[in-house]
Design a protein around this ligand. Structure first.
Ligand code: SF4
Length: 718
């Protein structure tokens, strides 16, 4: 009988924190989502979905989904709930907020969101207009790419850089701190095509990732030493006479000063810091300069240590020194975001933020909730959406402590009862991607991708946009933006008059599902052949004057106030890890291993890490450890091990491998602490300290010790 029901298809856009932003097809039969597949017509994502999304329709139908609003009725975190209506939930939120505002002011409330959904209508920034209208604390959202964005904007300005599709024309490709095969899958075929045409693929990463194994040359610096390595490359390019002097003279600023700074980074000196052989540094410099076009893809992991921002400034100098920008497929790719004609002023409504409003960074949530961060008035309410900080944010034990505060009123909008949602006072059931209309920009290609509502949300789930409309009505806001439909909002947030939109309109999206903004053909495009960088000088700026540290607008609701403001080193350079034997010998005596926590292959951050088949695909939380370090600790393959420092601990299963060098352990991110063997996860041990630029995280700048479970903890450096 069902066979006779005809199926319908709708345009989909993967909403996740992934550079690929896949174009998808939703297939609906009898009002049910029966299949989600990749859109074969899309030139970049080409009809494949990754392991995380390949059964996205089943994810929508997961029986564990939250279906109704819930109110806590036991102690925080006890899992005792009562079902309430949306009207009761919204009215209770309004009443609690009015009380908090009367007593402590509106800044005692803070939204907390991230890229659980990237959509302009339903995602990370969707709550900005509502919360800015309410006058809450601004939440600064710097988990990913904020450090690289600050470094990028200071060095080359807001340019989208090289088109990832232009990589097929490159002859020397550097993938720096990015495990493309797991986290940028749809870029990889362009790299492979270039490789087939004779390009060399170099992967720079501090362990042998899937991508490092697939490249032609793996360069493996010690974690956090990328800045020294990049400065060594600069030194070596200069020393070997490989500078494209004409291009440098015309299109860069501060070359003599950079040359002076780089003089300290001889290959032999850099070898001592990074562990990369001096001859390899010279060889890389020569090949990068001469095998044109040469191009670098910067991964988000590059910023994740104390010197991350400075390292990226040094990396930004490399293609400029050798003239890579002159060629199709030559230069740098950070995030195409900067070229997207998104009207951020409309998305975020920063004009509603009152001068003097404070901004609290989301990596420091635990400090903000527990009183460690000195606040003029405490946070009394948190509204969490599109994120799961108890798994994703650093120092999670501190966050849990804060979330247990009885005087904190926490609302969480979610799909599942996550490790964060379980500490909420009110839980709101959120719609999934197939259940709500949206529009996506991308941080991995130049396509806007449109997401149609394919099915009704199940139970009483609602799109995030509905939550803002209901809350706006409750708080008495009748501004037009809170009355717009999702279609109207999707259209409202794009600058249609920008030439890059080439005259298309919403009707085009409804028909085709995606549109590549007009940045020129990937086969001919050289965005900075003749310089024209959107910097104050119009050049690549190696040298800065009086620059101050800042977080870029889209990461902080476009708010200009309460920026970091600390002085930025005028030149790129190397800053050692905060947690390293050289900088913190006492700590290194207690905890001798540097941990790296990349994304998991089968999870998308903490999404899908509650689904049995995805856990099966990913495997139990594992800890990669070198044979030498395992032997020293009497650890055998498959042993349960405890990874710990003074911030917390978690348990995993040891995998002894040469993929990591001695002194390093790797444990991937995303596993739920409530589903792990013990109540901890990778971020239990990570620090909430910021990297030097853009208040980015320092997830790769943490020392830990590892011991076999049931073995006495050992002093490290024995
Ligand atoms: S997570 Fe990334 S690769 Fe996977 S479907 Fe979504 S956009 Fe594509």
């Amino acid at each position: 009988m069902n066979e006779q029901i005809k199926s319908e298809t709708f345009h989909g856009a993967c909403p996740h924190d992934c550079p690929d932003t896949c174009s998808m097809v939703y297939e609906v039969k009898g009002g049910k989502l029966v299949d989600v597949r990749g859109n074969k017509d899309h030139p970049m994502t080409r009809g494949t979905l990754c392991v995380k999304l390949k059964d996205f329709h089943d994810h929508h139908a997961n029986p564990d989904r939250l279906m109704y609003p819930l109110r806590r009725k036991g102690p925080k975190g006890s899992g005792q709930w009562e079902r309430i209506t949306w009207e009761e939930a919204v009215s209770e939120i309004g009443n609690r907020w009015r009380g908090i505002i009367a007593e402590h002011g509106s800044q005692a409330i803070m939204p907390y969101s991230y890229l659980g959904n990237m959509g302009l209508v339903q995602g990370i920034n969707s709550g900005d207009p509502f919360f800015n209208r309410l006058g809450t604390t601004v939440n600064e959202k710097t988990f990913c790419a904020s450090g690289s964005s600050t470094a990028w904007l200071l060095s080359v300005g807001p340019t989208g850089g090289v088109d990832p599709e232009s990589f097929v024309h490159a002859k020397f490709i550097v993938i720096w701190a990015c495990n493309s095969i797991s986290t940028n899958l749809h870029h990889w075929p362009f790299v492979l095509e270039a490789q087939k045409r004779g390009a060399k693929v170099v992967v720079i990463d501090s362990y042998k990732s899937r991508t490092a194994k697939a490249g032609d040359w793996h360069i493996c610096p010690k974690p956090g030493t990328d800045g020294a390595l990049a400065m060594g490359f600069i030194h070596s390019i200069i020393a070997q006479g490989l500078v494209d002097q004409e291009w440098v003279d015309k299109h860069t600023y501060g070359y003599p000063e950079l040359k002076y700074r780089a003089a300290d980074f001889s290959p032999e000196h850099v070898e001592k810091i990074t562990g990369v052989k001096a001859d390899d540094i010279r060889k890389f410099a020569k090949e990068f300069a001469t095998a044109q076009p040469s191009v670098i893809r910067i991964g988000v992991a590059l910023e994740r240590h104390a010197g991350g921002g400075q390292a990226i400034r040094a990396v930004c100098a490399l293609p400029a020194l050798v003239g890579s920008w002159k060629h199709v497929g030559g230069g740098l790719l950070q995030m195409p975001l900067w070229d997207f004609p998104v009207d951020w002023a409309k998305v975020s409504r920063a004009d509603w933020i009152k001068p003097g409003t404070r901004a609290i960074n989301n990596l420091r949530l635990g400090a903000a909730l527990t009183g460690e961060m000195k606040l003029d008035s405490p946070l009394k309410s948190l509204f969490v959406f599109c994120t799961n900080p108890v798994i994703q944010a650093p120092e999670t034990n501190k966050i849990v402590k804060g979330l247990k505060r009885e005087d904190l009123f926490t609302v969480v909008a979610e799909h599942f009862m996550t490790d964060t949602a379980k500490y909420a006072d009110i839980v709101l059931p959120a719609a999934m991607a197939g259940e709500a209309e949206d529009m996506m920009w991308s941080w991995g290609h130049f396509y806007f991708t449109y997401n149609q509502k394919a099915v009704e949300p199940p139970g009483e789930c609602k799109p995030t946009s509905d939550m803002w409309r209901m809350l706006a009505a409750e708080m008495g806001f009748d501004d037009p933006v809170f009355k717009m439909t999702d279609s109207e909002l999707a259209a409202h947030y794009i600058n249609w008059d920008d030439p890059k939109m080439a005259g298309v309109n919403m009707e085009y999206f409804k028909k085709h599902g995606y549109f590549k903004i007009d940045v020129g053909s990937a086969d001919t495009r050289t965005p900075h052949k003749d310089g024209k960088f959107p910097t104050p000088s119009g050049k690549v700026e190696f040298l800065l004057h009086d620059a101050k540290n800042f977080v870029a607008g889209p990461f902080r609701a476009m708010y200009e106030g309460d920026q970091d403001g600390s002085p930025v080193d005028p030149l790129p350079g190397y800053i050692a890890n905060r947690e390293a034997p050289e900088t913190n010998p006492e700590r290194a005596k207690l905890y001798s291993l540097n941990i790296i926590s990349p994304k998991s292959h089968a999870f998308l951050n903490s999404c899908y890490a509650n689904e049995e088949h995805k856990i099966k695909a990913q495997g139990e939380q594992f800890v990669l450890i070198s044979p030498a370090d395992a032997l020293k600790r009497n650890i055998n393959e498959g042993d349960p091990v405890r990874v710990y420092n003074d911030r917390g601990d978690f348990t995993g299963v040891a995998k002894i491998t040469d993929d990591v060098n001695p002194g390093i352990v790797v444990a991937t991110l995303g596993y739920w602490r409530s589903l792990n063997r013990t109540d901890g996860s990778v971020n239990s041990i990570s620090s909430d300290a910021h990297c030097g630029l853009g208040r980015a995280p320092t997830f790769s700048d943490n020392l830990v010790e590892v011991s076999r479970v049931n073995q006495p903890a050992m002093a490290a450096a024995e």
